[in-house]
Design a protein around this ligand. Structure first.
Ligand code: ARG
Length: 565
């Protein structure tokens, strides 16, 4: 990796200058007009050594020039006020590094320390329809999973169904009220009943209490309620699996809250042994506040007065189970950001229990909004069911261009996926964004169709043209060519950063920029009609690498490539 190469060189130089610094970071420049890469560590060194960043920069540069491979690496290195070191790479090192990348199956180096990571995403609730919030968790989670696997980590994906909460009691109440027998129950019944009873619970204490009682009895293994539960889980589960299949989202484990029940007693015992379980207004709670908290953090409610367990309880029991069965280094949870207090509370209880070996992370997601700035709804109705979203995007894409009408159904579904996923993944996951079907369906702009179109365009050239080289020569022919090669070099640091920060948006934006570079190159240099053979072959080879990278990285975003569009 190019940054590693420069970092190594810098660390040599610093050693010679007897300056101690770990973690030397060279990053792609954000001013490509000035240089290709930059080092900003001079500012930190200045504070340590009580010298100006500019002085330190110059010292480093003087020493760097004495290094053997200075001229092989750089066309130019300068120190600019207030103290940045700016590197412009030589053509030789650019091409050498790309040639090296091309020999690796994944284009990047092996990870020194792979970790075992459980990733908990999707999180649909049975008996309740999946909504856009769940869609985002599925898209972002799937991409993070794929990126981490690609980097070499061992990843276990768990859907963690919400399957033992109050909504089940509510649905069973509604089914019984309507006299619907277990064998007659349909998905439609569930979809109708849940919103009705959930609304009635808000108005009618009696209904609410009865639903809570059913939920508790279910948790205590009441036979009749359990039969209802199994059937609800079956019907709902089929529907959830169908939607995930459409989205290309897959899980290693289809566990849910209910599977954690056998572990609750073990957690209770640990909590009791450590004297952490306290009575509060009839309920059992764990106090988790810390002195340094700016605002008081309420205790985690572990068991309600009526004996029922809650969301926090099942999450604690699930962590217990995961530690026992899989010994993960970390667990990553991906949900709407409004659950951050919940996860923070659960994590604090784990801290009190002394689960130190495991890193727990909650990634909170921003909201998907409509053009009106309110949470996104489809035209079809107020509950933004995912099927109607898929349909709406598909019909919009077909209407937007006559050519699209003749596309195969399979390709259209691939495009629907690309539109929705790229719209989402290009945004930092913590931020809200506006889902604008019109904008995200266009073939021009930062959209899924643009990326796919770029791939297919280059692919069709590569299919028509023959070339025999398997290595770039040492020439870079023009600016567009140079920009494209530099972008390719950024792949490894992009992937590292995206994986470490769990930010698929970094990869999505890299892909967009790569496509912009590929298109600019293509439009300037009409490769097909070029008569200079060596140049043409080098460029075709460069295109081949670019497209291979594009394809592999699209896979990491969960985006497939259509036959044609
Ligand atoms: N079912 C939850 C919801 O709909 C998400 C579950 C997330 N995972 C977890 N282990 N709590 O919001």
């Amino acid at each position: 990796m190019i940054t590693k190469k420069i970092e190594l060189l810098l660390s040599n130089v610093l050693k010679k200058l007897e300056i101690e610094k770990e973690n030397i970071k060279v990053i792609p420049s954000n001013r490509k007009d000035l240089c290709d890469y930059q080092f900003d560590g001079t500012f930190e060194l200045a504070r340590l050594l009580h010298e100006s960043p500019l002085e330190i920069g110059n010292k480093i540069l003087e020493e760097l020039k004495k290094e053997e491979n200075f001229n092989q690496y750089f066309k130019k290195v300068e120190v600019l006020p207030p103290g940045f070191i700016n590197f412009t790479l030589s053509d030789e090192i650019i091409n050498e590094t790309i040639n090296e990348m091309a020999t690796k199956e994944k284009f990047i180096s092996e990870l020194p320390e792979p970790k075992k990571i459980i990733i908990d995403y999707g999180g649909p609730n049975i008996a309740k329809p999946l909504h856009v919030g769940h869609l985002r968790s599925a898209i972002v989670g799937e991409s993070i999973k794929r990126i981490l696997k690609y980097m070499g980590h061992q990843v276990i994906a768990d859907v963690h169904l919400g399957d033992y909460g109050l909504q089940i009691g509510q649905v069973i109440y509604g089914l019984k009220e309507r006299n619907i027998k277990i064998e007659e129950m349909t998905l439609k019944d569930l979809e109708e009943i849940y919103p009705l009873i959930s609304a009635r619970c808000k108005e009618d204490e009696k209904v609410k209490d009865e639903c809570a009682e059913i939920t508790k009895k279910l948790q205590e293994n009441n036979v009749e309620y359990h039969q209802y539960f199994e059937k609800i889980k079956e019907l709902s589960g089929e529907d959830i699996k169908r939607i995930y299949k459409y989205l290309g989202v897959s899980f290693d484990l289809w566990q849910g809250e209910s599977d954690a029940y056998p572990y609750i007693d073990k957690v209770t015992k640990e909590l009791e042994d450590k004297n952490l379980l306290k009575e509060s207004e009839g309920a059992k709670v764990v106090y988790i506040g810390k002195e340094e908290d700016p605002k008081e953090i309420p205790p985690l409610v572990y068991q309600k007065g009526n004996g029922a367990y809650l969301y926090g309880t099942t999450d604690l029991a699930t962590i217990y189970e995961r530690r026992e069965k899989y010994h993960p280094d970390s667990i990553i949870y991906i949900t709407d950001y409004r659950q951050s207090l919940h996860f923070n509370s659960v994590f604090r209880v784990c801290e009190k229990l002394g689960y130190k070996e495991i890193k727990l992370e909650h990634l909170g997601l921003g909201t998907v909004n409509g053009k009106d700035g309110k949470p996104f709804k489809t035209r079809a109705g107020n509950s933004p069911k995912l099927d109607s979203l898929f349909k709406e995007v598909k019909s919009y894409f077909i209407e937007s261009n006559e050519k699209n009408e003749s596309m195969s159904e399979k390709d259209l579904d691939i495009i629907v996926n690309a539109i929705i996923k790229f719209a989402d993944l290009q945004n930092n996951r913590e931020k809200d964004y506006i889902f604008d079907i019109e904008k995200f369906s266009k073939v021009i702009g930062k959209t899924g169709p643009y990326i796919l179109y770029t791939y297919l365009r280059i692919d069709s050239i590569l299919k028509k043209e023959q070339f025999s080289i398997a290595k770039l020569n040492n020439t870079i022919y023009d600016k567009e060519d140079h920009d494209l090669r530099l972008k390719i070099l950024e792949l490894e640091s992009t992937l590292n950063y995206a994986a470490e920060e769990r930010l698929p948006s970094v990869l999505a934006n890299f892909l967009y920029e790569l496509c912009v570079n590929m298109n600019a190159f293509y439009e300037k240099n009409h490769i097909n009609t070029l008569s200079e053979i060596e140049k043409k072959e080098n460029w075709l080879y460069l295109f081949q690498i670019s497209n291979q990278i594009l394809k592999k990285m699209l896979e990491l975003l969960g985006i497939e490539i259509p036959e044609r569009m």
